[in-house]
Design a protein around this ligand. Structure first.
Ligand SMILES: [Zn+2]
Length: 456
């Protein structure tokens, strides 16, 4: 089969009659366009893995398999020119693959599994017997960096950089730990949203079967951030002690990220305005005034070689937590500041409702051209959004690879390979193993029950 050759500007480039350096010659311009996307969907998108995942073991030969399961899942596509088509469904991996290749969606969203095939919902509605309603859906979380604009000074809106990305690292660590340790979930997938945030998919069967009420309860568990656009104090920590989840998050994650990273990288106490903002957390005006006086002093003297943010933070802590501050509220202030500047900010509505759509992993973000790759929560400090493979980079790799041996799996030697391997080994394989176990034990229980009823 003839290989498609991706057109690129460098092909004709020559220097002094000789072909210039190979890497430069093959450079495919950065960006995002339908031609790039077509090749991506043609050669790299992991259809089989997506199908395996969303089938949850129901694609096998076991008598307990529900072969209608995958076909009752809603997909929605955003096409070029913002044309949005909902309630797509596919009977098989091949059907899904053909549809994606044909329509070349700029974005693919995944919705719930419904009681009936969502594409045929109108026909069922006329029959009257089947109610069209969502019956299963992963518990999902959506965290977006633009919700942190009041606590980051390096970027705003859709922009992210390595100075503010640790806010996402914090969110992954705090939420992942609680989902595993406090809720007992095991099959959790974290995905880079392609631009400014992260998505979390909790795929345990007990998570998929939560109703809206349960989802709201789980979401509320994480709800500490209660600030609006205009309120300075984003967090109110009530009671004499923090409840265990918050205390653990504070000690294990928030405090160290705040003191060792964000304080300096965001220059949280480097200007009068930023100082005033933090002083606004302190309810006792005389204490705040005394602190401001100290801070103005160390600006004038500037004898210390130490970072001004760190010096000022130590002064604040000393003042608020020293023995003479008997009032509980003042001691708690330090924690409230740290929580306000670091604690994860969830898009609550996404998590609360079964029928909310969420962008599929391995989509490509149209603004950045970056692939929505999984993130390893155990090594999330190492995740760097600026080095995530872009479409053009991947196409370049395909071009280079086409000179070499043929392979059925183009992704294996592309930089997407690592992500797909991780998806399989850390998420998909353990997930499918427990799906199989659950299916077998449910089935044998059913057999036992019917035998018992027969013996009567
Ligand atoms: Zn930034």
């Amino acid at each position: 089969m003839a290989k498609e050759r991706i057109p690129n500007e460098g092909d004709e480039m020559q220097i002094d009659g000789g072909v210039c350096e190979e890497r430069v010659a093959r450079a495919i311009p950065e960006g995002f366009n339908p031609d790039y996307l077509k090749i991506y969907y043609g050669k790299l998108f992991p259809y089989a893995d997506m199908f395996k995942w969303l089938s949850y073991g129901n694609d096998g030969k076991h008598p307990a398999c529900d072969h209608s399961y995958f076909g009752r899942r809603e997909f929605s596509f955003t096409l070029e020119n913002d044309i949005y088509i909902r309630f797509q469904s596919f009977g098989s991996a091949k059907e899904m693959e053909n549809s994606i290749k044909e329509k070349c969606p700029f974005k693919i969203d995944i919705g719930p599994v419904y009681s009936v095939d969502p594409a045929k919902r109108h026909a069922y509605a006329q029959g009257g017997n089947n109610v069209f309603a969502p019956v299963e859906r992963e518990l999902v979380f959506d965290i977006d960096m633009s919700d942190y604009d009041d606590v980051r000074y390096c970027c705003s809106g859709a922009d992210v950089c390595l100075e503010c990305w640790p806010l996402m690292t914090i969110a992954i660590k705090v939420i992942d730990t609680a989902l595993r340790d406090d809720f007992g979930f095991n099959h959790i997938l974290w995905v880079y949203s392609g631009r400014r945030g992260v998505h979390c998919w909790v795929c345990d069967s007990k998570a998929r079967r939560l109703n809206n009420e349960h989802r709201a309860a789980v979401t509320d568990y994480f709800h500490v951030y209660k600030g609006g656009e205009n309120s300075l104090k984003k967090v109110t920590l009530a009671g004499p002690v923090l409840y265990p989840f918050l205390a653990r998050s504070y000690t294990d994650v928030l405090k160290s990220f705040f003191e060792e990273k964000l304080l300096r990288s965001q220059n949280l106490l480097a200007s009068e305005e930023r100082c005033q903002k933090i002083l606004g957390f302190i309810p006792d005006e005389s204490v705040a005034a005394e602190l401001l006086d100290k801070w103005q002093g160390n600006r004038r003297s500037s004898i210390s070689k130490e970072d001004v943010n760190v010096v000022r933070w130590d002064q604040l802590k000393h003042m608020l937590q020293s023995g003479k501050q008997k009032i509980q509220g003042l001691r708690r202030c330090v924690e409230e500041i740290v929580f306000s500047y670091t604690y994860p900010r969830l898009d609550m509505e996404v998590s609360k409702h079964m029928n909310h759509l969420l962008k599929a992993p391995f989509c490509v973000h149209p603004k950045t051209g970056r692939v929505c790759v999984p993130i390893d929560p155990n090594n999330c400090e190492d995740f760097d959004p600026t080095t995530v493979p872009t479409l053009s980079h991947l196409l370049e790799e395909i071009n280079e690879g086409s000179m070499m041996m043929e392979s059925n799996n183009e992704w294996e030697r592309s930089s997407l390979g690592k992500s797909i391997e991780f998806f399989r080994s850390s998420f998909l394989q353990p997930l499918l193993k427990s799906c199989k176990e659950e299916m077998e034990s449910a089935y044998s229980a059913k057999i036992k029950q019917s035998k018992n009823s027969l013996s009567w």
